[in-house]
Design a protein around this ligand. Structure first.
Ligand code: TRP
Length: 345
């Protein structure tokens, strides 16, 4: 198809995407899709509460595809892939599991903290092993680059390690992929918590309308030490200013607001109004494209279907390479020796 280097990256279908996804990942994907042959994966095998939420997974597969189209990912340029419709991902995961020591999985810091989030609920086996599948996802198209959020870096490290082990033991099949973190590796939540996350209910969704954005920004956590507009305020660590830095392209305006805020010369209301305007300017074109696709779901379906089909061709190729390298293409490889060739003589 092309000589372009390959990217694979993915998202779990757990709901509509938010600004954290955009600044940490999607923005990079949009930029990179022209330069690389991109596979964007909807990782439906890897949803942490899969068994209890099939209905939500089903809806979210479409939500994610709509958000991707809305932000400007191009399904003709890149493959939109539904993971479980390329069952080779499950197959590769099984082989790879043999080359991954249990301890390496148990020490993975991202997995550890996600498992802690289960609290008293039991952890499904498939969740514990999802990083192995993620390794498989990345190796499947023999990707060179993996643009992800910062929390995903341990999984990329594991991918590199497994690729090295496989190549050393058998044959050079897999490139060692590089992780690439977005401009804002971790976006704070509206409430000032460390991370914007659907489960913390502190997000602005890419599909939120302008009134919803205005209302959410009005309620944002800001400098708690500041009681009046004339009090000198804190800019450092203030989520409202972090969002200005992340999303307001008008640097002069942001610097002027910071200056006045520090000296008690501007109220939170004005700072927040300007943020609302900047966010709505960013989101408006997304909303427009999204509303087009919401009324043309057949095009969304085509995007998913053709991307998945193209990815499956690559997946089959990779599985052939893997089986050949491991020497387990049994049917191509009958037992050797004259005795065996003539069993009845
Ligand atoms: N685990 C990733 C997340 O939670 C999603 C994902 C699945 C992924 N497979 C991937 C990311 C492969 C990069 C590459 O965000």
């Amino acid at each position: 198809m092309s000589e372009r280097k390959r990217i694979l990256t993915g998202i779990r279908p757990t709901g509509a995407l938010h600004l954290g996804h955009y600044a940490g990942a999607l923005e990079n994907w949009i930029r990179l899709q022209k330069e690389y042959d991109c596979h964007f994966l909807i990782a439906d095998y890897q949803v942490s509460d899969y068994a209890d939420n099939l209905e939500r997974v089903r809806e979210s597969v479409w939500e994610v595809a709509l958000d991707w189209l809305a932000v400007g990912l191009d399904p003709e340029e890149s493959c939109f892939v539904i993971e479980s419709l390329v069952p080779e991902h499950a197959e590769l995961t099984t082989w790879l599991s043999w080359f991954l020591p249990l301890g390496m999985l148990q020490r993975n810091p991202t997995l550890k903290s996600e498992m802690a989030d289960f609290g008293k609920k039991s952890v499904p086996v498939a969740f514990f092993t999802y990083p192995v599948m993620q390794v498989g996802n990345i190796l499947m198209p023999r990707a060179n680059v993996v643009p992800v959020g910062e929390d995903q870096l341990p999984h990329i490290e594991m991918t590199r390690e497994l690729a090295r082990r496989f190549n050393r033991q058998f044959k050079e099949v897999f490139p060692e992929p590089e992780g690439l973190v977005g401009r804002v590796p971790r976006l704070v939540g509206l409430d000032g918590q460390a991370k914007m996350s659907k489960s913390l209910n502190n997000t602005i969704q890419l599909k939120d309308d302008s009134d919803t954005v205005a209302q959410k920004v009005r309620g944002m956590f800001t400098d708690p030490t500041r009681l009046r507009a004339t009090d000198p305020g804190h800019v450092e660590g203030n989520p409202v200013f972090m969002y200005h830095d992340a999303f307001n392209p008008n640097v002069d305006e942001v610097n002027d607001l910071k200056e006045r805020y520090l000296h008690g010369q501007v109220g939170d209301v004005e700072v927040k109004q300007k943020l609302t305007t900047a966010l709505n300017n960013l989101l408006d074109p997304f909303r427009e494209r999204r509303s087009y696709y919401e009324t043309h779901l057949d095009e969304v379906r085509d995007a998913l279907e053709s991307g998945t089909a193209r990815a499956r061709v690559v997946a089959r190729e990779t599985m052939e390479l893997v089986r050949d390298a491991m020497g387990i293409n049994y049917l191509n490889d009958p037992p050797r020796g004259a005795d065996r060739a003539t069993p009845n003589s």
